[in-house]
Design a protein around this ligand. Structure first.
Ligand code: NAP
Ligand code: ZN
Length: 352
């Protein structure tokens, strides 16, 4: 298969900095769209992958799955977009498309495993997929999204992961007017969860460890902020929430949050992957028919639904634009929870 050599930014080892490298992109097949990447958001999953936190990174790794760009080439059978259109790509670039999940537009739960935008098995070129920290990407049109024309392109990029990851549980658990939603952690996912839950008409509370994020949370639309390290504040919201979206990236005690669920309430984990410590108490769950659940990103149709909703409601991410060369420093700030509230890379900087 013919390929094109493009510039990218990636890493060769868990303890190495990200640096410029070259990667191959396939030539467009009849169903492919080639996109010149204009902006790419920086997700905490990029950091987890670059540093092999989850134990399955294959190097070299090129992260980035919040991609917005311009179509530069389309295959002969492409109908979704044309050259010159703006386009977006999120966390998925392929799935089997035949299993029960795929048939229900739940490609993220593909029973044969979805292909991640990075660090997934590349079915075309072999090896692993490379993400959005690069000049160009080639993706099957089914996995390419349309960008609403009224939204700022750079601030739209984080909708492709932070947005859909919080939108999907809000929709699955039928959040709307009258729902009481809480969000744990005010970072990239957390700030989108607040905006989207508010957009759906819910009453929203933020749980944060960081008191100086209080004003920002209220400005983002939160109705209340509870400092999670303050027992009195935690006690004051016992039995309150229908849905809690927990975005914390590292192991933490979820029991105090379960206590703040209402009867029939659900706490959905979207951040931490791994065993819970300390153990999860079943008594409050059993006595209140409460659930602790998990959720991963969202399907393609649901991602388009989110983008269209954001277009109608003028919802985008709060971003800090960085150059590609600043990525290592951005990761360090992310580790200190010092992101207000999503870094987005101006990919033009890769040409410098
Ligand atoms: P982020 O921007 O770094 O935000 C995480 C927030 O969690 C921080 O701002 C902080 O908020 C809080 N936090 C951080 N460390 C904590 C700790 N040790 N204990 C308690 N709270 C802590 O990260 P993100 O990009 O939103 O991603 C969050 C997590 O979701 C990551 O693990 C990422 O890999 C995962 N993720 C999952 C999916 C999915 O499909 N399920 C998709 C995307 C990302 P406060 O300062 O307010 O406490
Ligand atoms: Zn992500």
């Amino acid at each position: 298969m013919e390929t094109k050599n493009v510039k990218a930014f990636g890493t060769d080892a868990p303890d190495a900095s990200l640096k410029q490298m070259n990667i191959e992109r396939r030539s467009v097949t009849p169903k492919d769209i080639e996109i010149e990447i204009l902006y790419c958001g920086v997700c905490h999953s990029d950091l987890h992958t670059a540093r092999n936190d989850w134990g399955f990174t294959v190097y070299p790794a090129v992260p980035g799955h919040e991609i917005v760009g311009k179509v530069t080439q389309v295959g002969s059978g492409v109908t979704k977009l044309k050259v010159g259109d703006f386009a977006a790509v999120g966390c998925l670039v392929d799935s089997c498309r035949t299993c029960d999940s795929c048939k229900q537009d739940l490609e993220q739960y593909c029973l044969n495993g979805f292909t991640g935008t990075y660090n997934g098995e590349d079915k075309h070129l072999g090896g692993m997929t490379f993400g959005g920290y690069s000049e160009k990407v080639v993706v099957d049109e089914h996995f390419v999204l349309k960008v609403p024309s009224n939204l700022d392109l750079a601030a739209t990029a984080p909708l492709l992961c932070a947005g859909i990851t919080t939108w999907s549980p809000l929709r699955h658990w039928k959040v709307g007017k009258g729902s009481k939603v809480a969000v744990v952690g005010l970072g990239g996912l957390g700030h989108m969860a607040i905006k989207l839950a508010k957009g759906l008409g819910a009453e929203v509370t933020l749980f944060s460890r960081t008191p100086d994020k209080t004003k920002d949370a209220l400005d983002l639309g939160a109705d209340a902020v509870v400092i999670s390290t303050d027992d009195n504040q935690m006690n004051s919201v016992k039995g309150t929430f229908d849905l809690i979206i927990d975005t914390v990236p590292y192991v933490h005690d979820v029991n105090p949050y379960v206590g703040t669920l209402s009867v029939n309430g659900t706490l959905v984990l979207v951040g931490y992957l791994g065993g819970l410590e300390p153990f999860l108490h079943t008594v409050p769950m059993i006595l209140g028919r409460k659930a602790v659940a998990g959720s991963v990103i969202g399907g393609i149709a649901e991602t388009q639904e989110l983008l269209d909703f954001c277009g109608q409601h003028n919802i985008v991410s709060e971003i800090e634009m960085i150059k590609m060369q600043d990525i290592n420093e951005a990761y360090e700030r992310m580790l200190k929870s010092d992101v207000r509230y999503r870094f987005v890379i101006d990919m033009a900087s890769l040409k410098e």
